[in-house]
Design a protein around this ligand. Structure first.
Ligand SMILES: [Zn+2]
Length: 569
């Protein structure tokens, strides 16, 4: 038995996430966690909301709430939605927790003790009307190159040129629209990543289990050369900047940058879990407290890889303390909306709350796993979604389970039938199923989620083929013992399908296992397939489960296409 620590990228606090976020970090992390638990490994799946930074402050202001109340409400909302998707977090924390503040301040202290932090003077745009410094993307103005009037402070969306806010003609604050801006000097702390480049590269070389996608992104950033990184901001909402337990002089109105404290929350959220449950977070994170035995797997979208292979390791390595670092970094590409990006502001795409009104969580979990943006971007379409639900889930899996349970109910009084002996047909089935189970486990283990879904579907197909050939509805007229063997075997197949599909479709798996009188969550089947397919005790009463997967009608599809406009435009 191993110990496996799993984190998925922290969803930002400002609002419900779209299904692309689900596909690219939260869901595959959950699938992997459920798989490893079923294998009997001690598994800890940690996530949290990422709550600091300017967007949270502005979203709170737009909602006419103070930022603390806003974050509290949004956290509860995201927690609730995650649960409704079956995300089996052991803890869903908050980066605004006192644990994270303490730990963030601790890291800044030891990094400075190790001569890796220095104060520098920056020149930044200050809005007199907003009474705050403006981050680059909160300043807009006219592009000096093409005359576009809504060029952002960091880049012109019209001509694509990179800009500095001071280049803009007639700059204004995005927050208030005010043009009453001036450039002011402000002091900030810089983490000297340049000093750590060699150590980060050496550390990366020891991460032999990184998938090549994540490794290549990390190497690209190292090859381009690291820069020293500002880790404080002129903001009110965030972790206060302390030095040795006291507010750092001159930093009264500053906080740590959200990208400094957010990854530290992986550790702090584990501490939150520890404080709430009496567990010991150190044995997961401190190699001097047993964490050397832990396999740590991170899940995230490709845009987050640099922060997790350079910035966060810089914090951990620079501390000189024995912290656990990531062993496997699983990165995902984008899920697009008909070949275009999801967009909150333009209402393009489906968000996690709206999606659940259309179809149950398992339908989304299945679709987003089978069509995961794993090795390239993948495009969401309603047609593909319908096909995944109707053909894979309803026709192949749902129909098999329902058919055999109904037949058992009408012809065998709803009890696992006795009689007969397995024959050549069953022997072939055992061999085929054994090979398929090995493939499924190997794909889950390798976190190849698309291939895992394909392998699951192939297993369900085997069951359908078996039932077709064994044809108990014919056999029962001529050879009742033969029919009994087929029904018994097929009922056991249904249970087996549920057990190994549970990581992806936990709700359906629970319904199937419940109908067959089996426990949930299930353990992964053992190697003796003949024994696994004779697991249900003869005579046990079973039930016909409710319809597992309702088919999506063409009319519904048309309605959804209209309702979620922007699709295909
Ligand atoms: Zn321009």
């Amino acid at each position: 038995m191993a110990r496996i620590l799993i984190t998925s990228a922290l969803p930002y606090i400002n609002g419900v996430k779209h299904i692309g976020n689900l596909a690219g970090s939260l869901l595959p992390a959950d699938v992997y966690a459920r798989f490893q638990r079923s294998r009997g490994h001690e598994t800890l799946y940690i996530c949290a909301t990422d709550e600091h930074g300017t967007p949270a402050e502005l979203a709170a202001a737009a909602a006419h709430q103070d930022v603390f109340t806003y974050c509290e409400e949004q956290h509860r909302l995201q927690h609730d939605i995650g649960r409704r998707y079956g995300l089996s977090w052991d803890w869903f924390g908050r980066s605004s927790s006192p644990q994270n503040a303490r730990l963030t301040q601790h890291f800044a202290d030891v990094l400075e003790d190790n001569d890796l932090i220095e104060e520098r003077v920056d020149k930044l745009v200050y809005s007199l009307e907003d009474k705050r410094f403006l981050p680059d993307r909160y300043i807009e103005g006219t592009c000096p190159h093409c005359g576009f009037e809504q060029a952002r402070g960091d880049q012109c969306d019209n001509c694509g040129r990179l800009l500095d806010p001071v280049d803009l003609i007639r700059p204004y604050s995005v927050i208030s629209g005010s043009t009453n801006l001036e450039v002011r000097e402000t002091r900030h702390l810089y983490l000297q990543q340049t000093k750590l480049a060699g150590r980060i590269r050496a550390w990366l070389a020891t991460r032999t289990d990184f998938p090549s996608f994540a490794r290549s992104i990390a190497l690209k950033h190292l090859d381009e050369g690291l820069i020293d990184r500002g880790i404080t901001r002129d903001l009110a909402w965030g972790v206060p900047v302390l030095r040795g337990g006291q507010i750092r002089p001159g930093f009264e109105d500053k906080v740590f940058y959200v990208w400094f404290d957010a990854p530290i929350e992986y550790i702090a959220a584990t501490e939150e879990w520890s404080d709430a449950t009496g567990a010991d977070w150190r044995r997961w994170w401190r190699t001097d407290a047993g964490a050397d035995d832990v396999r740590y797997v991170e899940f995230m979208g490709k845009d987050n890889v640099a922060f997790h292979t350079v910035s966060f390791p810089a914090t951990l390595l620079g501390s000189g303390e024995p912290w656990k670092s990531v062993d496997v970094l699983k990165a995902f590409n984008w899920l697009n909306w008909y070949g275009d990006k999801f967009s909150t502001s333009r209402g393009r795409g489906v968000f996690m709350d709206a999606a659940l009104e259309l179809a149950p969580a398992d339908c989304w979990r299945w679709y987003l796993t089978a069509n995961s943006p794993e090795h390239s971007d993948s495009a969401f379409t309603w047609e593909l979604f319908q096909s995944a639900v109707n053909r894979d889930l309803a026709d192949v899996l749902g129909n098999f389970v329902n058919r055999i349970c109904k037949f058992c109910e009408t012809r065998f009084e709803g009890a696992v039938p006795a009689g007969g002996e397995p024959g050549p047909l069953e022997a072939k089935l055992y061999a085929d199923v054994a090979a398929q189970l090995a493939d499924i486990a190997a794909q889950f283990e390798a976190i190849e989620v698309r291939k895992a879904a394909q392998a699951l579907r192939a297993l369900w197909v085997l069951g359908n083929e078996y039932l077709q050939e064994a044809a108990p509805w014919t056999a029962i007229r001529t050879d009742p013992a033969r029919a009994a063997v087929a029904v018994r075997t097929a009922l056991n197949l249904a249970a087996l399908f549920a057990r190994v599909s549970a990581p992806v479709i936990p709700f359906a798996a629970e319904a199937i296992l419940g109908a067959l009188g089996e426990d949930f969550p299930p353990a992964w089947p053992g190697g003796d397939v003949a024994a696994e397919l004779a697991r249900l005790p003869v005579g046990r009463k079973i039930e016909v489960p409710p319809v597992l997967f309702r088919k999506i009608e063409d009319a519904e599809l048309a309605e959804w296409r209209e309702r979620f406009k922007g699709a295909g435009e």
